[in-house]
Design a protein around this ligand. Sequence first.
Ligand SMILES: [Mn+2]
Length: 350
Amino acid sequence: MFPCWKKLSVKSAAAANFLSLASQRALTPSRKSSSGKRFNVPPSAEFVARVSGIPTMAKLPYRDSADGLDAAFVGVPIDTGTSNRPGARFGPRQIRVESALLRAYNSGTRAAPYESLVVADIGDVNVNVYDLKDTCRRIREAYRKILAAGCIPLTMGGDHTIAYPILQAVAEKHGPVGLIHVDAHADTSDVVLGEKIGHGTPFRRCVEEGLLNCERVVQIGLRGTGYSPDSYEWSRAQGFRVVQVEECWFKSLAPLMSEVRAQMGLGPVYLSFDIDALDPGFAPGTGTPEIAGLTPTQGVEIIRGCRHLNLVGCDLVEVSPPYDTTGNTALTGANLLFEMLCVLPKVKYY
Ligand SMILES: [Mn+2]
């Protein structure tokens, strides 16, 4: 019941007055379950100062591979696919910094992810910032390895291009998946400035390659000006459910999510959350903001509504730190990623 960090005590933490990597590792507690499995537990700020240490997601230990992990936070630091404001390449780094505020339990839902899953931060995909197509190849290969280890990736973007190679790897393992896509934009353009690969095209490519089970796709929060009167015609023609933001205004999204759970059924589901789904008043640090978006509460309702689904991967993309120097967009992203961790299969709830 009591995690090891309780036993570490203030005294032993204070004794480590210089947090070298080794001592930081020593202060990153683990908990042994009755089955003998060792869980990683973020150090409590009651004993280890939040501002100390080398930033990893939620102050979890860093591992250099997904072997032995049930879930892993992984960064994909690119913005080469961005059409407007750049900066998302710095997203993973700032999400990690702001995530120092995250604690181990979900007070709202009583989820205890670190008592259920072995979780770590496995660093970033080694992207090629000069070549987006080569970056896609690198992402696909990295995710093949993560998935082959039986680990569920929780991705920190990076611009939305990354969903395409990630879903290539996911579908290779699981077959065509259901998709819960939360975004201001459909990201289903065909060609932009002559290019097939970019952050406006990933889900068109996914459909073309048969990576999605189109009757089990929902897009939530879509809005903004379009190139034609019906910007979402193509999505609907594929069989996607499109929930424009107007259907979300002024209400709880819990009823919607109960319909989404019925739509998704028991099959594998991928959750892709573009931070620009939220209103730019709450999340200004992003590349293509659109007014009148979702509230953070609605974002949390969507993610909590994914509990009991067979989630095989999640991402939180498009955090662009240069456009929000307060860090609050990244902090919001970090919290949404924690909420995603809490709804993965097999997470224990008190
Ligand atoms: Mn997007």
